[in-house]
Every structure is written in structure tokens, then in C-alpha cells.
Design a protein around this ligand. Structure first.
Ligand SMILES: *[C@@H]1O[C@H](CO)[C@@H](O)[C@H](O)[C@H]1NC(C)=O
Ligand SMILES: *[C@@H]1O[C@H](CO)[C@@H](O)[C@H](O)[C@H]1NC(C)=O
Length: 132
């Protein structure tokens, strides 16, 4: 291969690798369900053994917070989280502490009965929330 065509191949490959995949931007409940699983496990049973949520869970909470770029995205994320919370083992009080324990303030309470249409459009980030 001549050096110039080799460089071209490298250029094309790095271009392709740098393209964000569209699934990263859109809210995808299946992806959220997968990565949110450590949170669900902790809320359901894990909290009885360990007082703090696993790191994998809190990382996911941060990701969800960063994904909520606008009102529509927040509603979609809220609906995904809500559907994951429909596990009968989930203790609502523990669920409500999840964001606080992770140090992430999502604009909606992470509880099974959250009404996602009550998210405030003007305040989708860093919404005040009652502690504990
Ligand atoms: C959720 O909140 C909206 C807006 O306040 C309200 O219209 C709706 O009835 C509520 N849904 C439930 C299930 O409470
Ligand atoms: C949205 O704002 C209203 C008025 O400030 C407040 O009563 C309500 O609890 C907020 N909704 C959420 C989900 O925090």
C-alpha cells in the first residue's frame, strides 16, 4: 500500500469511529433498563446489606441526569425509570432516597408511583427536592 492511501484509510477509520451513534442521544428504555439494573437490585434487596448504592448504579444516575437535555427527554427518562420501578420488591421509601444517596438530583422522584407529567418544564435540571 502506498503511504498516501494508507493515510486515507486511517483518516476514514478515525472519522467513522468519531461519529456519535444516534442511539447515544435518544432515550432508549431498553438500554436504560440494562444499566439501571444495579439500582433496582439495590432498592429491592441490596440496601438491606449495604447502605450505599453500588457505584454502577450511581454512575447510571449521573448518565440519566446528563441525558435529560430537555423537557421531552426528561419525561421519556422518567417513564423508563418508572417502568423499571414496577418490581414488587421495591420499597418506595428506599427508592425515593436513591438520587440523594447517589448525590444526583433528577427532576423527578425515582419512585414507582411517580407522575412523569408533573415534571416542571422550566426546571428540568437540579430541581429542589425534599431531603430524605
Ligand atoms: C399526573 O399529573 C397530571 C398533571 O398534573 C394530571 O393531569 C394527571 O391526572 C396525573 N396523573 C395521575 C395518574 O395522577
Ligand atoms: C413542579 O412545580 C410545582 C410548583 O412549584 C410543584 O408543586 C411540583 O411539586 C413540582 N413538580 C415536581 C415533580 O417536583
Amino acid at each position: 500500500m502506498r503511504p498516501s492511501s494508507f493515510s486515507l484509510v486511517i483518516l476514514i477509520i478515525s472519522f467513522l469511529l468519531s461519529q456519535p451513534s444516534s442511539s447515544d442521544a435518544a432515550v432508549n428504555c431498553n438500554n436504560i433498563a440494562k444499566s439501571f439494573k444495579p439500582c433496582i437490585d439495590w432498592v429491592a434487596t441490596g440496601h438491606k446489606k449495604v447502605a450505599v448504592p453500588p457505584k454502577a448504579c450511581c454512575n447510571e444516575m449521573h448518565k440519566l441526569n446528563n441525558m435529560g437535555i430537555d423537557y421531552d427527554a426528561e419525561i421519556a427518562i422518567c417513564e423508563c425509570v418508572k417502568s423499571e420501578m414496577q418490581d414488587p420488591n421495591i420499597d418506595e421509601k428506599i427508592a425515593d432516597k436513591l438520587t440523594w444517596r447517589c448525590g444526583v438530583l433528577l427532576p423527578f422522584p425515582t419512585v414507582p408511583k411517580v407522575n412523569c407529567s408533573e415534571i416542571n418544564a422550566t426546571n428540568t435540571r437540579g430541581l429542589n427536592q425534599d431531603t430524605n
